[in-house]
Design a protein around this ligand. Structure first.
Ligand code: BG6
Length: 506
């Protein structure tokens, strides 16, 4: 069952109305638009979640007509939608889509766009909200925002309509770039109009961290340095870099995943309870966590590259043999870090982060390991299987939460081993989780920025990671460690662990 209306457990959940909107996708024929954005729009349409009046305009470089774009969108949605497509719903969604061709720096594109937006307003008999989604290469972000400003498109057609701009990642590739981009963007727009995407925040399981922490009195008293021994955050992928060498070889694992997605997971895990769930209260608490983290020292970071190996039973090439990767590249496909959150709650607890491509499997999880019990009264044999409790928050796959407990093994003697208590999203709610982009597109259209990164937040993230980026780029002659494709990662990662800690198996 995947329809919310049929699910008794989601009955009655509030669905806030969204003002009629025209969504404009810059870079509408790109990979992200085809794989994620257009399918997300279809699924929102399928659920009846889009505003009553919803219009779509695609902008990209290639010359083509409205119908060509509609046909491409149709094909992309059929190929990538998480739901089987209902022909009627899809036809209705794409019935009136428009396409504006042109180079993003060309003012005439924005004149055409303005004409089209006004035509939609006129047909609707009211000014529609305008939501501009920048799904382009990052060098165009400031260009498009400037052009929108010059064309008078950063303010709504009337007081009654809002303008919002969604900006994809990466938001800069260094702290200096992120600051400059913030300056460029905020020269044209108010911060309340800007929605910087980190798609991890759109994942149900990531938002569940807030529910888990702040809707249960069971865990919060334990969530601090007195009871927690260490935390491991893993975002591993089994896939390689595919056809993305052009982007990836300049980015690397640290910038691609650790600087943004992993730091977001860390802040949600560590933040203080917000006063309420408004955008600024939540983001204010997250930023405080980032301020408490110092950039890691050289001995608390590791970079590595995959070499050939096997993935899914197939032989796969090493990173340096991938298409379009320079033979002498030192870009990391794996990054591991040890961080500390130096505040009252978390001082002294190590946070281990690791991410990589071509590891044994895809898993995103947070493992919180509690301190051991202070005294074991079970004798030597009985105590062998006693392990510290672990709380595992699994973002994907097998989304859910599991707690390991020590339990007596049935029998005549007192022997103990860990067992798991599990909550799984799929079975508990009898529904498929929506894709992150569905939630994020809706929130942007609604003007709710809670799940988007604020200007100071993105800069605080860069402040932590920028010195590592700089250190690695200064050491370009030092070869990264290596790990075989399909493995657990480089052996050197163990050196980051303090005391008797061990990495969880991927
Ligand atoms: C993207 C990265 O931001 O996140 C990709 O650019 C990565 O390299 C992807 O594969 C992972 O996202 P998810 O949702 O599949 O975990």
């Amino acid at each position: 069952m995947d329809d919310e209306t049929e699910n008794p457990l989601t009955k009655g959940l509030e669905r806030l109305p969204v003002h009629p909107t025209t969504l404009v996708i810059f870079g509408c024929t790109g990979d992200l638009s085809k794989r994620k954005l257009l399918p997300a729009l279809y699924n929102l349409a399928h659920e009846g979640a889009l505003p009553e009046r919803f219009e779509l305009i695609g902008v990209s470089r290639r010359e083509k007509g409205h119908d060509d774009f509609a046909a491409e969108a149709d094909e992309a949605i059929r190929a990538h939608s998480r739901r089987e497509v209902d022909d009627k719903v899809l036809a209705a969604l794409l019935a009136d889509v428009k396409y504006v061709p042109g180079v993003f720096s060309d003012p005439s594109v924005y004149a055409d766009l303005k004409g089209q937006l006004e035509a939609f307003d006129e047909a609707a008999g009211q000014p529609l909200n305008r939501c501009f989604y920048l799904s382009t290469a990052p060098e165009f972000f400031p260009v498009i925002v400037q052009q929108l400003g010059d064309a008078g498109l950063t303010a709504g057609p009337s007081e009654a309509a809002e303008v919002r701009v969604v900006i994809e990642k990466p938001f800069g590739t260094t702290l200096a770039e992120a600051k400059q981009l913030n300056r460029d963007v905020l020269a044209q727009l108010d911060e309340s109009q800007v929605f910087r995407i980190d798609h991890y925040l759109g994942k149900e399981t990531v938002q569940n961290m807030l529910a888990f922490r702040f809707a249960n009195s069971l865990f919060e008293p334990l969530f601090n340095r007195n009871y927690i021994d260490n935390v491991q955050i893993t975002a591993s992928e089994d896939l390689g870099i595919g056809t993305r060498a052009g982007y990836y070889d300049h980015a690397g694992a640290l910038r691609d995943l650790a600087q943004n997605h992993m730091l977001q997971l860390l802040t949600l895990l560590c933040m203080e309870p917000p006063v309420d769930f408004s955008a600024d209260e939540v983001r204010g608490e997250k930023v405080k966590v980032l301020h408490a983290i110092s950039p890691p020292e050289a001995d608390a970071v590791l970079r590595a590259q995959y070499t050939e190996g096997t993935s899914g039973g197939e032989d796969v090439p090493g990173y340096l043999q991938e298409a379009d990767v320079p033979a002498d590249s030192v870009t990391e496909t794996y990054a591991a870090l040890r961080l500390h959150v130096d505040n009252w709650r978390w001082a002294g607890v190590p946070f281990y982060l690791r991410t990589g491509k071509r590891l044994a499997r895809k898993v995103t999880e947070i493992a919180v390991t509690m301190k051991p019990v202070p005294h074991l009264a079970f004798g030597e044999a009985g105590s062998v299987g006693v392990q510290p409790n672990q709380l595992i928050l699994t973002m994907q796959p097998n989304e859910g939460v599991s707690i390991s407990l020590g339990a007596k093994i049935p029998g005549n003697s007192m022997r103990i081993r860990p067992v798991n208590m599990e909550f799984l999203y799929g079975t508990a709610f009898m529904s498929q989780s929506p894709e992150a982009y569905e939630r994020l597109i809706m929130d942007a259209m609604r003007g709710d920025a809670t799940l988007f990164t604020r200007n100071d937040e993105v800069e605080a993230q860069w402040r932590i990671m920028d010195p590592v980026v700089q250190m690695w780029s200064d050491n370009r002659r030092v070869k990264p460690a290596t790990y075989a494709a399909g493995s657990q990662g480089p052996a050197e990662a163990d050196d980051l662990l303090l005391s008797d800690h061990v990495w969880r198996a991927i």
